[in-house]
Design a protein around this ligand. Structure first.
Ligand code: SAM
Length: 332
């Protein structure tokens, strides 16, 4: 017999459902979102429920994988334990292969100099070599990993020494988290040394995030909060803007079904997100979650034509609850 979910889960599920119902009725997402963001009482109730769930009731485990530990291990494995080095080596080998077999590849995110109408470089055009790096070099470059946790709620990454964390949320649950709506926040010009811009009257409110600045962006249980499939996609586009090349977008999204049930939807997510300029580097299905890591690929990235990545996509990220006939059996 299924146990009744804790009251905090009911608050969260009913908020998500209300947002989805309002969006399905009115179709104008910006109107629905504006109304939602002005409901201070409702936002506070949600934030308190999520904070209690994540710190007392479930912990970060959500009755399965500890999502904070997964993010921490994935980031360290990638930047500090050789995974990025391995990937850069592979890029270099692909480039050498490309030089001899140009017809089998196309160029993603071409630089102005290599851009052609068909996305394919001229036959004698050389693609600049990606710099392969040694693990110790990378360890130095990424000694402090700049991590942006979007929809952080309470900043679960606050005590991880190797990270310089910026935690943001529309409704921060504590003082470590900045107020910021990632859907509407401005992106400022590339700026390696300084961080975000703050509101002149409210030092806890972020008004702009710097372009090409963060090494990691985390969306943990964030996308399923957003009722509009295109707005979910736009969040990933924005993550791409604020990430440095080779940076990671970590997405954790709830799904308590068997791995195969929504496998085709996850395949669609992979294609949609890769189309922005990412490449998936890790995927796990836990009892209640999908845990995915995408790398922001460099410009002039060489792609094998057989990967099927040259097709036109919809710029939508659907979740099963978008479809009326789906029973919501997620952990949230
Ligand atoms: C389900 S909670 C997840 C909290 C935390 N990341 C975790 O894994 O426990 C989703 C959070 O995303 C926040 N959120 C939703 N839309 C947002 C947006 N556009 N910008 C910033 N935060 C947002 C909500 O306020 C909420 O705290």
């Amino acid at each position: 017999m299924a146990l009744d979910p804790p009251p905090q889960v009911k608050v969260i599920r009913s908020t998500h459902k209300r947002l989805r119902d309002e969006f399905s009725e009115c179709k104008d997402f910006s109107k629905v979102w504006k109304k939602h963001c002005s409901d201070n009482q409702g936002l506070k109730k949600y934030s308190e429920a999520m904070y209690e769930l994540a710190t007392d009731v479930w912990g970060t485990k959500c009755d399965g994988k500890d999502r904070t530990t997964w993010c921490k291990d994935t980031v360290k494995e990638y930047f500090h334990k050789g995974k990025l080095e391995e990937i850069l080596e592979k890029d270099k080998r692909r480039q050498e292969y490309y030089e001899q077999n140009k017809d089998n590849f196309f160029i993603k995110n071409p630089n102005e100099s290599t851009k052609t109408a068909s996305f394919v470089p001229k036959i004698d055009e050389k693609i600049p070599t990606q710099n392969a790096q040694t693990a110790s070099n990378l360890r130095k470059i990424y000694e402090k990993v700049r991590l942006l946790d979007v929809g952080s709620c309470y900043n679960p990454f606050h005590d991880i020494e190797d990270f310089e964390t910026t935690a943001v949320d529309i409704t921060p649950a504590n003082k470590q988290v900045y107020q910021c709506d990632f859907l509407t926040v401005d992106i400022s010009a590339a700026n390696q040394s300084n961080g975000p811009d703050f509101d002149a009257e409210n030092a806890r409110k972020i008004t702009a995030l710097p372009k090409n600045h963060f090494n990691v962006v985390v969306f943990s249980l964030l996308l399923s909060y957003i009722p509009c499939p295109h707005a979910r996609f736009q969040m990933c586009e924005k993550a791409h803007k604020v990430l440095t090349t080779n940076g990671l977008l970590l997405i954790i999204t709830p799904d308590s079904s068997h791995q195969n049930k929504h496998a085709s939807n996850m395949k669609k997510w992979k294609a949609e997100i890769e189309d922005i300029g990412f490449c998936r580097v890790k995927y796990e299905k836990d009892k209640h979650l999908h845990l995915i890591a995408f790398r922001k690929i460099p410009s002039n990235f060489i792609i094998d034509k057989r990967s099927g990545q040259n097709t036109k996509l919809e710029k939508l990220l659907n979740i099963p609850q978008d479809f009326n006939n789906t029973v919501d059996n997620t952990c949230l």
